[in-house]
Structures are given as structure tokens and as C-alpha cells.
Design a protein around this ligand. Structure first.
Ligand SMILES: Cc1cc2nc3c(=O)[nH]c(=O)nc-3n(C[C@H](O)[C@H](O)[C@H](O)COP(=O)(O)OP(=O)(O)OC[C@H]3O[C@@H](n4cnc5c(N)ncnc54)[C@H](O)[C@@H]3O)c2cc1C
Length: 422
């Protein structure tokens, strides 16, 4: 089924045009080719040669589609035009992402695969000209891969101030020691952006212990990738456990100023959360279409699924979940775009609400499809796992609920009340 996109009257015609062109591309080039594009997910029963052939076909098709995305002027929407992107503003991007996410995995074909896209945006904002030449341009041109290495096994990722990976200045170098895990894309990455506590014994670079992001090439001596962590029953993944053992990198690999690391992470995560939610909305939309479509044709116990009231309940509840998740996310995106001080509360609210709604919608779609729902023939099982991870990545639900409650309580303690009309 194709995604159904028509102009939204309240939107700028330019955003509507981008949405239409994205939808046309998804409908014509990606959805009909999904099976070939992601065939490696479904290669059970093939011989080694057949598997290799099928993998090559998928890679070739992906490259062909990337060229077409470029020709259609839809490549790297998050990057400024001078770096080969579309230069879209925050709100336009959010509106484009929900369409893109309808086709699972399509973001990689549009040059916005995480964590490369987040790293590229941070390099655009904080990178020196030399860092941009060395790391950003090859990243954009697909010649390099990257990872973002912040979470540590021995400290709570939900409290970033607890990190202990240390970068000590030694002359014109940093010497980095620390233990990280869940660094995504770690197997393929050519460099990591590593969150450290910086210590300069000379005092020239400020007081000790300031949060600082440092670019670390993965081939530097002492970058030891221990393993790809197996998740959800798979024996491995590209989410890596890494030990940094006396890794020496030049001081000029510091991203931004010493002490700007926390702000850079917030810049990345704040905007990223809105985009992740718009992605989730796009995937819920797809799951919803798949579910409803199935109810129209599947006969069970002498009737179509669409005529069973349990299933009608699934459809109604899913409609409400998609609508509320989408409208909350657009409201949060507008607050960010307008510089509204309540944006942080709105972002935390969608960060909790949307993955949970996404989880519920996909769960119902799987139920309606029965056994096929958990098979690799449909994108639903992958969506289900993604939705589950989103409840703890980028700050677990509990941390965001605490922030929402604090912001609301402060307002009332100051003698004001919440304005839901805003
Ligand atoms: C698939 C995947 C990919 C990831 N990719 C990356 C990556 O690329 N780079 C990176 O740096 N990290 C990455 N992460 C790590 C992720 O960001 C962390 O797992 C997340 O921030 C939570 O940190 P933690 O695992 O240390 O959990 P903890 O901080 O130990 O928290 C555990 C649980 O405690 C509860 N909790 C926390 N605080 C409170 C509180 N105040 N009150 C009540 N309960 C609370 C929550 O339920 C939480 O889930 C990834 C994780 C996954 C699963």
C-alpha cells in the first residue's frame, strides 16, 4: 500500500511540495523494491553463493536509489546546502521525516542514517574548518562511517554527568582512557565522537573534569572494540563495547571548546528526539495501513477480520494513538522552531508518549497478522524492537517524566498555572 499524502492547508507550499515529492519517491522507488533492498533479512534457506548474490543485488539497488534520491533533490535534508544537503529548517525536516519513515530503512537511502546524521550536524555546528575537511566531508560523501560513544557500562547512561572516561592533556595530545558500550555503528565506523572528562594539568584549557567531545579515529592505537553486543536474542550487533586504553589524539581533535561537550550532546539529542518521534509516527502510519489492509481480506471463523469487534477496537485505538502521537510531536516541533521556553517539557512528553504509542500500534498490527506478523516477511517485528529500544535510548521514560513534573510544579510553585492553549 502507498502512503497517502495530500497538502496540509496550514503549511508553507514549499514544505507541502517536499512532502509530496518524498511520498512520490517512496511510493514509486522504495515500497515496490523493499524485498530486494532488505533481502539479507530474509535469506533463510539460501546457499552461501545465493546469499552472496542476493546481498550484492541489494547493495547495487541501494546505490542506484541513492543516486536517484540525489537527482530528485532529496539528499541529506538535514545538512546545509553548502555541504550538499537540502538545508531544510527544523519544522520542514520534521514534516519530511514522517513520510520517509513510512518505508522502514529509507532514511539510509536519503543520507540520514543515525548516528552519522547526528555526528554530521554536530560537526557542522562545532567543527573547525580542518575537522570539517577531514571528517565531515568524507562522512557526507559516504566514504566514512562514524559512531557516538557516550554510554558506559559502569555508570548510568540516564545520568550523563556520571561518565568517567578521561582525557588527560599531554603536550599537544589528549590521552584517553575509558570503557564505553552501546556505541552504535561501531563495527563500520572510521571515527568516534567520544564524550570525555577533560583534564589539563597546565590549567590552560580550563578547570579539570569538564565534559568534552573528542574525535577519535577508530584505527588509533588503544581503541579496542571488545564485541558487538548481542541484543534481542541475536548473537551480535553493531552496538559495540569499546575500551579506550591510552589512546593518543591531537588536541585539535577537540570538538568545540573544552567544556562544551554536554551542550553539544543536548543539541544533538534535543532535536534528535523530535525527529525520532516523527520517524516513529511514520512507522506507526505504515503499521496502521498494514493492519487495516489485512482486516479487509483475512477470513477467520466464517467472516472477515474487519467485521470482528475486537479488531475494530484495535483499529479505533490505533487511530487514536497515531493521531495523538502525531499532533503532540508537531506541537513540540513548533515550540522548538519558535524558541518557546516550554519546548523542553513538550520534547520530554513526546519522548515518553510516542514510543509507547508506537509500541501499542505495532503490537496490535502484529496480533492482526498472526504468525506472519512476527515473521521477517513484514517490517512489523523490526518496528516492534525499535519501539522497545526507544523507551530507554535518548533518556529512559522515567527521567523524562521527572523533568515534565518538575517543570510543571515550578510553574505552580511560582503562583502560575499551565497553559494548555499554547
Ligand atoms: C540499541 C541501542 C543503541 C544505543 N546506541 C547508543 C549510542 O550510539 N551511543 C551511546 O552513547 N549510547 C547508546 N545507547 C545507550 C543508551 O543511550 C542508554 O542505554 C540509555 O541512555 C540508558 O542508560 P543505561 O543503559 O546506562 O541505563 P541506566 O541509566 O542504568 O538506567 C536503567 C533504568 O533505570 C531507570 N531509571 C533511570 N533513572 C531513573 C530515575 N531518576 N528514577 C527512576 N528510574 C530511573 C530507567 O527505567 C532506566 O531504563 C544505545 C542503547 C541501545 C539499547
Amino acid at each position: 500500500m502507498a502512503i497517502n499524502v495530500t497538502p496540509i492547508p496550514a503549511l508553507d507550499p514549499e514544505i507541502n511540495d517536499i512532502r509530496r515529492r518524498t511520498a512520490d519517491f517512496i511510493n514509486a522507488e522504495i515500497l515496490p523494491n523493499e524485498e530486494t533492498l532488505w533481502r539479507s533479512r530474509r535469506e533463510g534457506g539460501l546457499t552461501e553463493d545465493e546469499r552472496e548474490h542476493s546481498r550484492r543485488q541489494s547493495i547495487e539497488l541501494r546505490e542506484e536509489i541513492k543516486v536517484k534520491v540525489n537527482q530528485a533533490g532529496l539528499w541529506a535534508p538535514h545538512l546545509p546546502k553548502e555541504y550538499g544537503g537540502m538545508g531544510l529548517d527544523f519544522l520542514s525536516l520534521a514534516y519530511m521525516y514522517e513520510i520517509l519513515a513510512y518505508a522502514v530503512g529509507a532514511s539510509t537511502l536519503f543520507g540520514i542514517a543515525a548516528p552519522n546524521s547526528g555526528n554530521a550536524s554536530i560537526l557542522v555546528k562545532y567543527g573547525t574548518e580542518e575537522q570539517k575537511r577531514k571528517w565531515l566531508i568524507p562522512l557526507i560523501e559516504g566514504e566514512m562511517e562514524s559512531g557516538f560513544s557516550m554510554t558506559e557500562p559502569d555508570h548510568a547512561g540516564s545520568d550523563p554527568r556520571s561518565i568517567e572516561t578521561e582525557a588527560v592533556r599531554d603536550g599537544e595530545h589528549w590521552v584517553i582512557n575509558g570503557h564505553k558500550w552501546f556505541t552504535s555503528n561501531g563495527i563500520d565506523a572510521n571515527f568516534f565522537i567520544v564524550m570525555c572528562r577533560a583534564n589539563d594539568p597546565t590549567g590552560e584549557l580550563g578547570k579539570p573534569g569538564q565534559m568534552t567531545q573528542i574525535i577519535v579515529p577508530t584505527d588509533a592505537a588503544g581503541v579496542n572494540i571488545i564485541r558487538g553486543i548481542g541484543i534481542f536474542g541475536h548473537s551480535t550487533s553493531d552496538h559495540c563495547e569499546i575500551k579506550y586504553e591510552n589512546v593518543r589524539v591531537p588536541i585539535e581533535n577537540t570538538l568545540g571548546q573544552v567544556g562544551q561537550g554536554h551542550q553539544a550532546a543536548q543539541d544533538r539529542l534535543g532535536a534528535g528526539r523530535v525527529y525520532h518521534c516523527m520517524n516513529s509516527v511514520g512507522q506507526m502510519w505504515r503499521a496502521f495501513d498494514l493492519m487495516v489492509e489485512r482486516t479487509l481480506t483475512r477470513q477467520v471463523h466464517g467472516g472477515l477480520l474487519k467485521d470482528k469487534q475486537f479488531v475494530q477496537g484495535f483499529i479505533a485505538e490505533s487511530y487514536m494513538d497515531v493521531q495523538s502521537a502525531r499532533l503532540m510531536t508537531i506541537n513540540a516541533a513548533e515550540k522548538v522552531a519558535n524558541g518557546d521556553p516550554d519546548a523542553r517539557t513538550a520534547i520530554s512528553a513526546i519522548k515518553v508518549f510516542v514510543p509507547a504509542a508506537y509500541h501499542r500500534v505495532v503490537d496490535r498490527a502484529i496480533q492482526v497478522w498472526g504468525g506472519a506478523g512476527v515473521s521477517n516477511d513484514l517490517p512489523l517485528s523490526q518496528m516492534y524492537l525499535t519501539a522497545r529500544v526507544l523507551r530507554l535510548a535518548d533518556g529512559p521514560d522515567e527521567v523524562h517524566k521527572i523533568l515534565i513534573a518538575k517543570n510543571i510544579l515550578h510553574r505552580y510553585e511560582d503562583g502560575e498555572s499551565w497553559n494548555f492553549g499554547n
